[in-house]
Design a protein around this ligand. Structure first.
Ligand SMILES: Cc1cc2nc3c(=O)[nH]c(=O)nc-3n(C[C@H](O)[C@H](O)[C@H](O)COP(=O)(O)O)c2cc1C
Length: 191
């Protein structure tokens, strides 16, 4: 698949089939991530792959995070149980979920640029997956950024969660992409 075609035809898929994804394919997706540009070759990306039953561990951490958040917000016990259960189930929305973490840098600029490099890495992963007929969706949200999840991933100081990348086989998606053309956002300086 040509790069341009891959970029333009990729669509995020919130729902995918439960069929497992071969490990070699997941490895190829991960390998494409580390080819992303990164300043001073800091290689700031770290990955946690949750596949099959391994998603249970991730689900439990998410459920506990949702419970802590609901309790902190003073929710009723009944509501807390529902919220916890919904969060737990989210870990099973795809056969593979890859958490992408960005390491903090030696200063603020390096931390910012490490995060940028990881975002580029996620795009590489999405395009590689797409070229192999796999669908992805990049998700985050308040649960992903919560201190409990940071502890679960062993994050330190300026480390950041960049993405939960859900990966699986989807039906063909023919959704038009809603984007303004680049010309709407571009100022040319041509002398
Ligand atoms: C940092 C980041 C976080 C995102 N978090 C979510 C999310 O939690 N839930 C969601 O539905 N989409 C989220 N998105 C958006 C989707 O991943 C997707 O890019 C968007 O729906 C546009 O669809 P497309 O990728 O098919 O163009 C996020 C995107 C980025 C870059």
């Amino acid at each position: 698949m040509e790069v341009r075609e891959a970029i333009e035809s990729r669509r995020s898929a919130g729902i995918v089939k439960p069929d497992p994804v071969p490990r070699e394919l997941v490895e190829e997706v991960l390998e494409s991530a580390v080819h992303a540009p990164n300043h001073r070759i800091t290689e700031p990306w770290r990955f946690h792959v949750f596949a099959g039953k391994g998603r249970g561990e991730f689900a439990r951490a998410r459920a506990e995070t949702a419970r802590l958040m609901a309790e902190a917000e003073g929710e009723e016990e009944e509501y807390i149980a529902g919220r916890t259960s919904r969060e737990r189930k989210k870990a099973f929305r795809a056969p593979v979920v890859i958490a992408v973490i960005s390491k903090g840098g030696r200063d603020e600029v390096e931390t910012l640029e490490n995060y940028a490099a990881c975002a580029a890495a996620v795009q590489n992963m999405q395009l590689t997956a797409h070229a192999h007929g796999l669908a992805t969706i990049w998700r985050t949200g308040p649960v992903a950024y919560h201190p409990y999840m940071r502890g679960f991933f062993g994050l330190e100081n300026d480390d950041k969660v960049v993405a939960y990348l859900y990966l699986g086989y989807a039906e063909e998606i023919e959704r038009p992409r809603r984007r303004e053309p680049a010309s709407a956002w571009t100022v040319w300086h041509e002398g």
